[in-house]
Unconditional design. Structure first.
Lengths: 339, 429
């Protein structure tokens, strides 16, 4: 009798586990909060402020998804993950979506069984050198000492780049970005290499940022994007189209300032109407309210607003849009149509 | 006989001459201690130079420190090129460093009060000259501290206390018949009380007010280090003693369980155990349920340090002459009495330096939890604070502060253990 009850409980637990992975949307709605995996802290992308409120570019994606699903951009439980714990947290169901500047690679998508829903930042590996060095191109770096984080893809990219240009370098292995910053400033290496966004953020923290230059070469592709588990395509669609809504909103000129006005009544632009739910049934197709995209955009603004507020040229990080501009402005951001 | 007159006989001592100037006072001390030999002199001069360079670099930096500033950039503006620390980061993020960034700000008094009460609870254990009645408070302290830090209904901790009291009562009653009956019966009694009580008492979550519940995920800062350190040290000491005795047991099952446990845990790095606690257990439980992360980490660290403490105590047991064991037997004491009255008091006294060594190491190892995304003091610094736009690039001030807090705590532990050794020195060496 006791044994049966035990196995019964096990079966129920197993059932609960399997249903949890099958309908993430229902779980999130029942829970009332979105569990969103973020970094434990990366300048401009995700960090809590002095009052413990999370801010940043990746955090903006979490808040947009929460607003689309639950209508409340604060209904997010931010679960900090390290580079080592992020994938297990997602796979085990501890988080519903991982927005942690994670590079979309073949093996992560296919082998680890995740679904990258899009790209919210096109990054790439770059070089930073002191201005005094007088170097204008990475190809002039023959014989340079390079500070490089060990065990990362940047290490492999660096070796490939120097070999294909048949120039030599001397690596100075370091563990963390903080250590790299100190080593580089102390002159232990001529060059520091990591993702270009990280270089810009690092340079912004220097006492004299103007004394250091970022070289024009970008030697790798690092498309960063939010991801979800395999096996729940409905949930993947929701996160994918929440991100697309932010990108499309910028293209269509919908901002957090005018979204209420545009969403109140049908406008002259049918795509804006479909996006904001005043025309068509797009929200219902996702299993969400009609004003889902309106809420997502109102949460933190469209893609361009999020970019400018967190990592754009008016912030201390000062990243230019570059590849992350809309396709109409020569960038790579290209949302499929809302139709 | 010739009468010889004695011209002069000294009848009193010559007054002592003052010592030569280079054989007294500071001059002699300097000569003896600093410039005794040429090699000694060279070392002294080198040491003075080293101290001078360190101080001339660090003292102006500290004295010139800025305590009020909203960001590192503003600090640098105020300093305007001069060397100076930016202590403003400590001032602005003080609460985050101590309590983490998620603990509700209006509830900081609760862990603060728990911290103050910790001294009252620890005092009768650490200083046995104090009245023994104070131990009652020590026994109640874990429940009070749990209630203060996590909040929620008072019935939860009360039920836990009730279960333990019922178990202790059962043990008292039946231990005279048989130790095994008393011991295991007590455990079963406590479990029964907890299970039955769990059905009767409603869910302990409180959403509002001064005693509202705080989830474990919201704990952080130095508070987390203190909680992990205090909990794990106090739990691993009794478990370590049990393991050490078990390893010496003549009963093969008990002996080999203890041996395998100790050797396995000692053979695995702590960081691996922490990853297991955080990552692997997440796969075993259905999403949204499972054991609290703080509890998982406490279990892992406790197991780890218990294995080490067990080996330290085994060293103490091995150091006792065989005659002590035989003396205990010849007095007609049973195993429990012999251990409690004769063997362990001596073995533990020998083991004090080793136990303190493990405890200090364990306390510092609690910073490892930052790799499994718990925001202890180091996790707070490396994660949220260094990743904020305002404070990115501040290292010395933050890590210096962390080092200071850990030094104060660990030096305190070390000083206490030395006092304890002097206090317990009954041999005449």
């Amino acid at each position: 009798m006791k044994k049966t009850a035990f196995y019964g409980a096990l079966a129920v637990a197993g059932l609960a586990a399997s249903t949890a992975s099958a309908a993430t949307l229902d779980d999130v709605k029942a829970r009332g909060v979105l569990n969103c995996g973020v970094t434990t802290g990366l300048v401009g992308f995700a960090s809590p402020d002095a009052n413990g409120v999370w801010n940043g570019f990746d955090v903006g994606v979490c808040r947009a998804v929460a607003a689309a699903v639950l209508g409340d951009s604060d209904a997010v439980e931010f679960i900090p993950t390290t580079g080592k714990t992020r994938f297990t947290a997602l796979a085990s169901g501890e988080i519903d979506v991982l927005a942690r500047n994670t590079t979309w690679t073949f093996s992560r998508d296919v082998d680890l069984k995740f679904e990258f829903v899009g790209i919210n930042y096109y990054d790439g590996q770059g070089f930073m050198v002191p201005r005094d060095l007088g170097v204008a191109s990475a190809k002039d770096l023959d014989g340079a000492t390079v500070c490089i984080q060990t065990g990362t893809t940047t290490e492999l990219n660096l070796a490939d780049f120097f070999r294909s240009n048949s120039i030599s370098y001397e690596p100075v292995p370091i563990e963390t970005n903080a250590e790299a910053q100190q080593q580089y400033l102390a002159g232990a290496c001529d060059v520091y290499t990591t993702d270009a966004s990280g270089l810009a953020a690092t340079r912004a923290s220097f006492e004299n940022p103007g004394d250091h230059v970022l070289l024009p070469e970008i030697i790798s592709k690092e498309p960063l994007g939010p991801l979800v588990r395999h096996g729940d395509n409905d949930w993947g669609d929701i996160v994918r189209w929440s991100l697309n809504a932010l990108i499309a909103a910028e293209e269509l000129g919908v901002t957090s300032a005018n979204v209420e006005e545009l969403g109140a009544a049908p406008t002259g632009n049918p795509e804006v109407n479909r996006l904001l739910g005043t025309e068509g049934e797009l929200g219902a197709m996702l299993g969400l309210e009609a004003d889902w995209a309106k809420n997502a955009i109102a949460a933190g603004g469209n893609y361009g607003e999020l970019f400018e507020k967190n990592i754009g040229e008016n912030t201390p990080i000062g990243l230019a849009r570059g590849l992350n501009a809309q396709w109409t402005d020569g960038g790579l951001l290209y949302s499929p149509p809302f139709r | 006989m010739v009468d010889r007159t004695i011209a002069f006989v000294r009848t009193e001592d010559v007054p002592a001459m003052p010592p030569p100037p280079n054989a007294t006072g500071p001059a002699k001390w300097v000569k003896d201690n600093l410039f005794a030999t040429p090699a000694n002199s060279v070392l002294t001069i080198l040491a003075i130079l080293a101290i001078y360079f360190i101080l001339s670099g660090s003292v102006p930096w500290m004295l010139n420190g800025i305590w009020a500033s909203p960001s590192l950039a503003v600090c640098r503006e105020i300093l305007d090129g001069a060397s100076g620390a930016c202590f403003a980061v400590l001032a602005e993020r003080w609460n985050q460093l101590l309590f983490g960034f998620q603990y509700p700000a209006d509830l900081y008094w609760r862990p603060g009060l728990a911290f103050v009460l910790l001294f009252f609870a620890a005092a009768p254990v650490l200083f046995f000259d104090l009245p023994r009645k104070l131990l009652i408070f020590t026994a109640l302290y874990p429940f009070i501290a749990f209630w203060l830090i996590w909040g929620g209904s008072i019935f939860g901790p009360l039920l836990a206390l009730l279960g333990i009291v019922a178990g202790a009562f059962f043990y008292q009653k039946f231990v005279k018949n048989s130790f095994a009956l008393g011991f295991f019966g007590a455990i079963v009694t406590a479990l029964v009380v907890w299970t039955v009580g769990g059905y009767i008492i409603p869910d302990g979550e409180i959403a509002e007010g001064a005693m509202r519940s705080v989830p474990s995920r919201d704990l952080g800062g130095f508070m987390l280090n203190m909680m992990l350190g205090v909990t794990c040290v106090s739990l691993s000491l009794p478990i370590g003693i049990a393991l050490a005795l078990g390893r010496q047991s003549s009963m093969p099952i008990i002996k080999y369980i203890c041996v395998i446990f100790i050797e396995f845990i000692r053979g695995v790095p702590l960081i691996t155990l922490l990853f297991v606690a955080n990552v692997m257990l997440g796969y075993f439980f259905p999403p949204g349920s499972g054991v609290d992360l703080f509890l998982r980490v406490v279990i892992m660290i406790t197991m780890f340090s218990a294995a080490y403490i067990a080996e330290v105590i085994r060293g103490g047991l091995a150091a006792l002459p065989k005659g002590q064991y035989e003396a205990a037997d010849s007095l007609g004491l049973d195993y429990a009495q012999a251990m409690r009255l004769i063997i362990l008091p001596q073995a533990l006294k020998i083991s004090i330096p080793g136990i303190v060594n493990v405890s200090v190491g364990l306390f510092k190892d609690t910073t490892l939890v930052s790799v499994i995304s718990m925001f202890d003091l180091v996790g707070m610094i490396r994660g949220p604070i260094l990743a904020s736009v305002e404070w990115q690039g501040v290292y010395w001030e933050l890590f210096g502060f962390a080092a200071l807090l850990f030094f104060i705590t660990c030096y305190g532990i070390s000083q206490y253990s030395q006092w304890l050794e002097r206090r317990l020195a009954t041999d005449h060496r």
